[in-house]
Design a protein around this ligand. Structure first.
Ligand code: PEP
Length: 248
């Protein structure tokens, strides 16, 4: 399975910043000979320019969210079909910031993932527990519920990516221990088995939460860790490329 290193640029930067970051990442990817797939997910308004800078090359393009409908009267929203039209291959759905800031629940996340699949995109379905849930010993149960509620049923596993992102590790500089990550990823794989059958073995499960160049190799070496979803460190090309270089 080829690991996936995905950069979530969130709501950062100007158009010029996005263009130059894309060019730097592409240059590094072309020179680097990485053994992983590289993906960047800029803000919607920068997708077109970043897609132009990346061309058909070594770095893929993705969206950070999509609507459940293919089109229509949804002011301010963007459909998966539109993302596909701009050259996206992936879309993040159910990021904890969307779940928290926009009240997105599992059913909505599943509908977005289904819309992504219908448009020919690979959904990156995010799950993860809060600190209170982890302290209460509920992490695995919470993640199991999120997966069962958010993953489209009866889908081909090669068209699914899951990201485990403990909420307390996102943007905080705190990371889950490699042991915790391995435990949760094994549980994600097990739960996926019940949802997509044997092909669960083919689903790429990313870890996300303060992944940096200095912790990437250890996290990526854990069993069932098939890549990373990177926020802050994806805004510096050198750091993002160093994380990609940590893929074995
Ligand atoms: C994220 O938001 O998906 C994320 C993992 O952010 P960070 O790497 O900054 O923790």
């Amino acid at each position: 399975m080829t690991p996936l290193i995905a950069g979530n640029w969130k709501m950062n930067g100007t158009l010029a910043d996005a263009r130059s970051l894309a060019q730097e990442v592409l240059g590094g990817a072309q020179a680097g000979g990485f053994s992983c797939e590289l993906l960047v997910c800029p803000p919607f308004v920068h997708l077109s320019a970043v897609g132009g800078a990346l061309g058909e090359g070594a770095v893929r393009l993705g969206g950070q969210d999509c609507h459940t409908a293919a089109g229509g009267a949804h002011t301010g929203d963007v459909s998966a079909t539109m993302l596909r039209d701009l050259g996206c291959g992936y879309v993040i759905v159910g990021h904890s910031e969307r779940r928290a800031d926009h009240g997105e629940d599992n059913a909505l996340v599943r509908a977005k993932a289904e819309a992504a699949l219908a448009a020919g995109l690979v959904p990156i379905v995010c799950v993860g527990e809060t600190l209170d849930e982890r302290i209460a010993g509920q992490a695995l149960a919470v993640i199991g519920r999120q997966l069962k509620g958010s993953v489209p049923v009866g889908m081909a596993a090669e068209r699914l990516v899951v990201a485990y992102e403990p909420v307390w590790a996102i943007g905080t500089g705190r990371t889950a221990t490699p042991g915790d990550v391995a435990e949760v990823h094994a549980e994600v794989r097990r739960v996926l088995g019940g949802l997509v059958g044997e092909s669960a073995a083919q689903v790429r499960i990313l870890y996300g939460g303060s992944v940096k160049p200095d912790n990437a190799a250890e996290l990526l070496a854990q069993e069932n860790v098939n890549g990373a979803l990177v926020g802050g460190a994806s805004l510096k090309a050198a750091d993002f490329l160093a994380i990609a270089g940590a893929c074995s």
